[in-house]
Design a binder for this molecule. Structure first.
Ligand code: FES
Length: 155
């Protein structure tokens, strides 16, 4: 069987970018189930749709120093689907999925914006795509902030 190189995360798409075509990859694997497993290892992506699973998080804002000021961004997930919170005002917040809508890599926080390490998609703090690899915007979740308790609920 032909040896197929994939990236450290087993991403078949990234293997394609490295010179192995998807067709070669799937043929060599001799089982579509194997290919599906590798694609899933890329970050749970479902291709370019940017579909993310539902989240249900309660975040104590004071636990994240980066959220002390308007414009601050912090990653707040605790092992589940990667989620970032952006402080948009004194008592308003946005919550964004960090699953890249291009092909499912985990997007990183880059100052007051976001950058995907896989193919370079860039997103504003609003989640709007602003450059690099063309794709759609980051998915946004619904937020509800209780100023009395300082807890942000993300659903
Ligand atoms: S996965 Fe390709 S730019 Fe993010």
């Amino acid at each position: 069987m032909e040896r197929i190189e994939v990236n450290a995360r087993g991403c078949a798409h990234c293997a394609e970018k490295a010179g192995t075509s998807r067709r070669e990859f799937i043929t060599a694997s001799a089982a579509s189930a194997v290919a599906a497993l590798l694609v899933a290892a890329c970050g749970g992506a479902t291709g370019a749709t940017g579909v993310t699973g539902p989240v249900s998080l309660s975040v104590k804002i004071s636990n994240y120093p980066a959220l002390a000021n308007v414009g601050g961004i912090a990653r707040v997930d605790t092992g589940g689907s990667p989620v970032a919170v952006v402080r948009t005002g004194a008592s308003t917040f946005a919550a964004l999925s960090l699953i890249c809508p291009h092909f499912g890599c985990t997007v990183g926080i880059n100052g007051r914006a976001f950058l995907c390490p896989c193919h370079g998609a860039q997103f504003a703090s609003t989640g709007t795509w602003i450059g690099g690899q063309p794709t759609t915007n980051l998915a946004a979740f619904t937020t509800s902030y209780d100023a009395t308790t300082g807890v942000l609920t993300i659903t």
